[in-house]
Design a protein around this ligand. Structure first.
Ligand SMILES: C[S@@+](CC[C@H](N)C(=O)[O-])C[C@H]1O[C@@H](n2cnc3c(N)ncnc32)[C@H](O)[C@@H]1O
Length: 291
């Protein structure tokens, strides 16, 4: 199974988890088979959007000499080889970071991490979000990462072994609830699901509302796909109603393959850091040139 289907978001055709039907409090998942593997999509245009804004936010937060906490619910394996057959098969990195690397000058935090990771791991190495965070944060900062796929978790653990990071082999939202509010309180949570289950679109706004109540100073960033099916729209309506001050930023792009359902990338950020809107506008201008 290669995780390349086109139905939901980043190509997921099969559910991995089922939401337990009556889960009034914490949200529980029943484990099914895991099919999504980010290696097929690493470095695509959605990653460029998400990772460049994430790197900018983390860099901004480290300008203050106060420790912070980084939480990530759906970590992936953190280090990708874009020369791998899986990555070459979809060609998404070729249409993504390989095409737009020049958007980021050497001083941009995303470019700094890309360069450092290539020096450390080779020309085709690409950092996932956990490695971007580990590279930009300081020894005084706390990092908690969750990944449910045992193989991806093992790879994550290995990639993160040089850093002081806790890699949890568990459901990401369960980890988020368990760690919220985090210590230290200042910080950012990235929620980057693969949207493998249609119920994610209903579950996530409920989970975020709960997390934001428990951690009202936290920056909570959700990635979501822009889909031809418009399946993401009710989720966005719920999010906008519950968090009217949040920043929503979307960039359009051509589908990776004819008939592929994803035609853009979105970030919904609660408590956005000062200046994120300006950074996001630069991304809008850059993505507009691709059209
Ligand atoms: C989109 S990928 C993550 C990519 C990563 N955030 C990045 O940008 O580099 C989603 C990951 O979530 C994992 N996953 C799926 N369901 C999960 C769950 N309920 N809890 C934690 N991880 C999960 C998948 O195995 C996959 O590795």
């Amino acid at each position: 199974m290669d995780g390349q289907g086109a139905v939901l978001g980043r190509g997921i055709t099969r559910p991995q988890f089922r939401l337990s039907p009556c889960a009034p409090g914490p949200i529980h998942y029943t484990r099914h088979m895991l099919s999504y593997q980010h290696i097929y999509h690493a470095g695509n245009l959605a990653d460029v959007h998400k990772h460049s804004l994430l790197a900018w936010m983390l860099d901004y937060l480290t300008r203050k000499d106060k420790p912070l906490c980084y939480l990530e619910t759906h970590a992936g394996r953190a280090l990708y080889d874009l020369g791998d057959a899986a990555a070459r098969k979809t060609g998404e990195a070729a249409q993504g970071i390989d095409r737009v690397r020049g958007w980021f000058d050497a001083g941009h935090p995303y470019a700094r991490v890309l360069d450092a990771v290539q020096v450390a791991h080779g020309q085709r190495a690409y950092p996932g979000s956990p490695l971007i965070a580990a590279r930009l944060l300081r020894p005084t900062d706390a990092l908690h990462l969750a990944e449910l796929h045992p193989g991806e978790h093992a790879a994550l653990d290995l990639a993160m072994s040089p850093y002081r990071v806790k890699c949890h082999l568990m459901d990401g939202l369960d980890m988020a609830f368990a760690q919220t509010p985090p210590t230290p309180r200042r910080g950012l949570m990235l929620i980057d699901p693969s949207y493998e289950v249609k119920t994610d679109y209903a579950t996530i706004p409920r989970a975020i509302a709960k997390l934001a109540r428990a951690w009202n100073v936290g920056i909570i960033a959700l990635w979501y796909p822009i889909l031809t099916s418009k399946a993401h729209l009710p989720m966005l309506d719920d999010l906008k109603t519950a968090h009217p001050q949040a920043l929503r930023h979307e960039v359009p792009f051509a589908p990776a393959r004819p008939g592929h359902g994803m035609i853009g990338s979105g970030m919904f950020v609660i408590n956005p850091p000062y200046g994120l809107d300006i950074e996001a506008k630069q991304r809008s201008a850059q993505f507009a040139k691709l059209r």
